[in-house]
Structure formats: C-alpha cells, structure tokens
Design a protein around this ligand. Structure first.
Ligand SMILES: Nc1nc2c(ncn2[C@@H]2O[C@H](COP(=O)(O)OP(=O)(O)OP(=O)(O)O)[C@@H](O)[C@H]2O)c(=O)[nH]1
Ligand SMILES: [Mg+2]
Length: 317
C-alpha cells in the first residue's frame, strides 16, 4: 500500500517465511530484495518507451517531428525484451521446482525394504518396518532436504496381487504416488532381477547378498548397515541438479510464468504487425504485453505512457 514492496517482493517475503531449505531461502531472499521486480520494471520501461514511440508514429508523423526510422528502433527494442522474456521462461522450471520441491516415490514389491530406506533417509523412525509382507498401506510422506532442494519422499505399499481389499486400495495409492512423482525409486532385493524402465533401480539388502550380481542396478544399498545410502543420496542430488539446471532464473511461480508467456506471445504478434506496418495493432499488442507484465508487479497506467510520449518528443510545442 505504501509502495515499499511490490507484489513479487511480498511473494518473496511469504516464500522466505515458508522456506524449509537453503535453496528456497536464497531464492526467496533474492525475490524479496527485488531482483524479479527490478527486471520487470526494466522490461516495462523499455516497452513503455517503445509504445510511446509507436503512438507518436501513429498520431503525429504528419507533423514531421517523428519519422519512419524510429520504427527500426522500436522493433529492436521489442526484440531485445522478447529475447529476455524467452530466456527467463527457459529457466522457469528451476525456480518453480526449488520453490515447490520434488516428489520422489519409493516403490517396489512387498518386503523389498522400502520403509527401511525411508527411515534411513529421514534419519528417524517414520514408517513401520516388519518382515510381514504388506506392512505399509497408506503412502507415508516425509520432507527431506537434498543439497538445499526440498524433497517430498513417499513410501508406498508393496506391489503384489492381493485379495485384501484394503491392501488393494493401498496399492492403487502407491501407483498413483509413483505416477505423480518426479522420480521413482524402484526397490527390489538384490536376489530379484526385475528392472523398471524410467525408474531408478535400487537393489536392497546388500548385507544378505554380498556376492549378488549388481549390474543393471543404479544403486545398491543396505538399510540395515547403512551401506550405500550416502551414495544413493549423492546420486539423487546429481539427478535433481541435472533436472533443474545450474543457472538461476528469476521467476518462481506459475503465476509469473503464465504472465510472461502471455506477454511473450503479445510481443511476437507485435513483431509481425510491425512487419506488416499495421501500427495501431502493433501498439495494442505492446499494451497487452505491458498489462501482462504489470500483473507481475502491480499495474501500468496510461499516464506513464503519456509521460514518456511527451518527454521524448517536443510534440505540440
Ligand atoms: N538384512 C536386511 N534386512 C532388511 C534390510 N532392509 C530391510 N530389511 C528387512 O526386510 C523386512 C521388510 O522391510 P520393510 O522396510 O518393512 O519392507 P517394505 O518394502 O516397506 O515392505 P512392505 O511395506 O510390506 O511392502 C524387515 O524385516 C526389515 O528389517 C537390509 O538392508 N538388510
Ligand atoms: Mg513398507
């Protein structure tokens, strides 16, 4: 209300309060300090200037104050904003993932040691472990921090054919959890050999099968002795880092991304209007792009455009 924080900074503050990991904290702080807001303000400035020039071309070109050479300048300015929008959009997945976190499902046959691994990764006794097959029914969720990235780890019911209606419901939930996960850890005992394509195949109970073949497994662990668990964590970290890339973008929410996508589409349309020299339509597209960007931080008023218009030309004097 007092103009001290724009919408993105307020979002940053909210994210900072909710931050659970170092990566989230850093990202939220960046946004609170205004990195996204400043970028949007610069885009808005550039587009407002382009808009003022366009309006001038449309309204006053017959007065001889402005000429067609400005058109080139406008097109260049629009293209550079457009390129920057695209760049931020290409980095959007990282910001959103850091903010929302990853979901990793632990899946596999009964008694594979899924709940034991969950407990080992969570470093506490979250899930019941027993040698009775079919112990876990409901999915069990634990939040962990992998190298500053928030991860929701989900232990699920063991997969098998069953006549028990409750267990069947649990298995359906297990499948749903795996379907909605960013990554599936498929666990099976090292004596088994089933491989699940698309999942990270983890061989379990290494201590029971010290001489078992391990080729084809992505990781081998013993939850009992703790063997291989750190290596599995390292592997998870590498995979997650690969997925989000190493370059920090500035947008962190779907809301930002949707606004940027709309603005980007408007600017692309605008470029072709400029080529066709339908300036009124081009100006309307810049206005739409400005409105979308304005939604990220606040709003763009008509006065701003008029100010720019009269500060950059001596029209009407
Ligand atoms: N020796 C040994 N036993 C293990 C290891 N991991 C798990 N177990 C044992 O294997 C049995 C099953 O472990 P759980 O973690 O409950 O297996 P689960 O995959 O969650 O089983 P369900 O919930 O029934 O699907 C338990 O008796 C565990 O103590 C291991 O690394 N070594
Ligand atoms: Mg279990």
């Amino acid at each position: 209300l007092n103009g001290k924080l724009d919408l993105t900074a307020v979002e940053g503050l909210a994210d900072l309060i909710d931050a659970e990991t170092e990566g989230q904290r850093r990202q939220a702080l960046r946004q609170l300090e205004g990195s996204l807001g400043a970028l949007v303000v610069r885009w808005v400035d550039d587009l407002t200037l382009a808009m003022a020039h366009l309006e001038a071309l449309i309204d006053f070109s017959d007065e001889g104050d402005v000429d067609g050479a400005i058109l080139n300048d406008i097109a260049t300015r629009l293209r550079s904003v457009s390129a920057e929008l695209m760049r931020e959009l290409s980095l959007a997945a990282r910001g959103e993932k850091i903010r929302e976190g990853f979901k990793i499902a632990i899946s596999g046959p009964v008694n594979a040691g899924k709940s034991s691994l969950l407990n080992a990764l969570a470093r506490r006794d979250v899930a019941i472990v027993s040698d009775i097959p079919g112990t876990t029914r409901d999915p069990i969720e634990v939040r962990i921090d992998i190298a500053g990235l928030p991860v929701l780890l989900v232990d699920t019911a063991g997969l098998r054919d069953t006549d028990d209606p409750i267990e069947a419901l649990g298995i359906a939930r297990a499948r749903a959890a795996a379907d909605s996960a960013d990554l599936v850890l498929h666990l099976c005992e090292l004596c088994d050999r089933p491989r699940v394509p698309g999942a990270l195949n983890v061989g379990t109970k290494r201590d029971l099968y010290p001489s078992a073949m391990i080729d084809g497994f992505d990781a081998v662990i013993s939850a009992e002795t703790g063997d291989g668990v750190d290596e599995l964590l390292d592997l998870l970290q590498t995979l997650l880092m690969e997925r989000i890339g190493s370059e920090d973008g500035l947008i962190t929410r779907e809301r930002h991304r949707l606004a940027l996508e709309t603005a980007s589409r408007s600017l692309m349309r605008c470029e072709s209007r400029l080529v066709e020299a339908t300036l009124e339509l081009a100006a309307e597209d810049v206005r739409l792009a400005l409105r979308s960007l304005g939604q990220i931080t606040g709003t763009v008023g008509v006065e701003e455009i008029l100010d720019r218009l009269f500060s950059s030309f001596c029209i009407g004097k």
